[in-house]
Design a protein around this ligand. Structure first.
Ligand code: ASP
Ligand code: MG
Length: 410
């Protein structure tokens, strides 16, 4: 018998029927003797609906009132789910953030959790109750309602699991786990039984959005075993763990991630002198534009070429800044390209295996895909290529690194 924190996202509790189905699922775990703490999101679409109501009244409502408003969505689901459990003969008790006392800082709409009181929850569990907690919300020192940022219920679940020292934190969602790549691009993509926190962070930040990144960081920091599973389909899901597993069983590359929303900028023929990169990139980041890949190279004629990528939405702004800097520095030219994508292979096994990069490049060469930029980290290699080859590259790499499973039959 163990203590499990189970989080159900908006689609999983999107209708009354689905809430009843969630209650059935929780009931099975109770029947097996587990103690269950449930964290729920608002019914799907509800948070957006509430935000829409606010905007009909005021263009820029205060963050405090926004939090009072949007936190109501989760409270509705806690009560409905508790009723659905009670109806089935299972004791259940709903809690909002303040009632648990999920203490946060006072940063409305993106508050951070400082401390969670666990006495009430432990007492209820001991008395045989399922505890149903509203995700996404907390309370500050002064008693103001706060929320944790969009998608914040994942973080509530992980934080509760850490505070209660739960045996596992299960995130139920509309996919049945973390995949080797996006199944919409590669139909032989496989569900991973296990992935490390580090790999998951790379996969998540590279565009495989299954879990809120902050929740994964939190789980890694507090060593909370985290499992992603489907609310609708039976199965073991994907366990996100600290362990890397033995070399024998864990593949070197865990997955292929990709991102289509970046654009590339180059400043060419910059005189080669100290401070150039700082000047160029400093100007970009002062405008609050995030830079991703950066490559710099000194040519034989002692001038610099500097290329970097930003989000497509920031391209126009970044290009304007770069043109100004180019004039100032006497650079030859600025070029931009928004028809690019980034494809990455991710795996902790890369640390202890040589030849992964050359295998990746050989695969792309065989497909006649030109590599524009390359960057690496300890557990990741990314290339920037023409966006029209993205699917080809992802499929090719997926099979080159032996990630293909059985193609799914529709
Ligand atoms: N309901 C909130 C949102 O839609 C929190 C969550 O679902 O995790 O962002
Ligand atoms: Mg959500």
């Amino acid at each position: 018998m163990s203590l499990i924190v189970q989080k159900f996202g908006g689609t999983s509790v999107g209708t009354v029927e689905r809430i009843e189905a969630v209650a059935e699922k929780i009931a099975t775990f109770r029947d097996q003797g587990h103690d269950i703490v449930v964290v729920v999101s608002a019914m799907s679409g509800e948070t957006n609906r509430l935000i829409g109501l606010a905007s009909e009244i005021q263009e820029h409502p205060t963050a405090r009132e926004m939090d009072v408003l949007v936190s109501t969505g989760e409270q509705v689901t806690t009560a409905l789910l508790s009723m659905a459990l009670n109806k089935r003969g299972y004791a259940a008790k709903s809690y909002n953030g303040r009632q648990v006392r999920i203490l946060t800082d006072a940063t409305h709409t993106k508050a951070r959790i400082k401390k969670i009181d666990d006495e009430n929850i432990h007492a209820d569990l001991k008395a045989g109750s399922v505890v149903v907690v509203a995700g996404f919300q907390g309370v500050d020192e002064k008693g103001n309602i706060t929320t944790l940022g969009r998608g914040g219920s994942d973080t509530t679940a992980v934080a509760l699991a850490a505070a209660l020292k739960a045996d596992e934190c299960q995130i139920y969602t509309d996919v049945d786990g973390v995949y080797t790549t996006d199944p919409r691009v590669v139909d032989s993509a496989r569900r991973l039984d296990k992935i490390t926190f580090e790999e998951m962070l790379e996969m998540a930040s590279l565009g495989s959005k299954v879990l809120q990144i902050r929740a994964v960081e939190f789980a890694g920091k507090y060593k909370v075993p985290l499992r992603v599973l489907s609310s609708f389909k039976e199965g073991p899901g994907t366990l996100i763990t600290l362990e890397e597993g033995s070399q024998m069983e864990s593949p070197v590359v865990a997955g292929i991630a990709f991102q289509r929303d970046e654009a590339k900028l180059s400043i060419l023929g910059v005189p080669d002198s100290p401070g150039v990169a700082s000047k160029v990139l400093g100007a970009i980041s002062s405008a609050n534009i995030e830079i991703d890949v950066i490559v710099q190279n000194v040519a034989a004629d002692k001038t610099n070429d500097l290329t970097f990528t930003v989000h497509k939405n920031d391209l126009a702004k970044a290009a304007a800044i770069l043109n100004d800097v180019a004039k100032e520095l006497g650079a030859r030219e600025v070029i931009t390209d928004d028809k690019i994508c980034k494809v990455s292979i991710v795996g902790v096994g890369m640390r202890s295996h040589a030849g992964i990069a050359s295998k990746m490049f050989a695969c792309l060469a065989e497909l006649s895909i030109n590599i524009q930029l390359i960057t690496t980290s300890e557990i990741k290699i990314s290339v920037v290529i023409d966006e029209k080859y993205m699917e080809l590259a992802v499929r090719g790499l997926h099979s080159a690194f032996e990630l293909d499973g059985e193609p799914k039959v529709a």
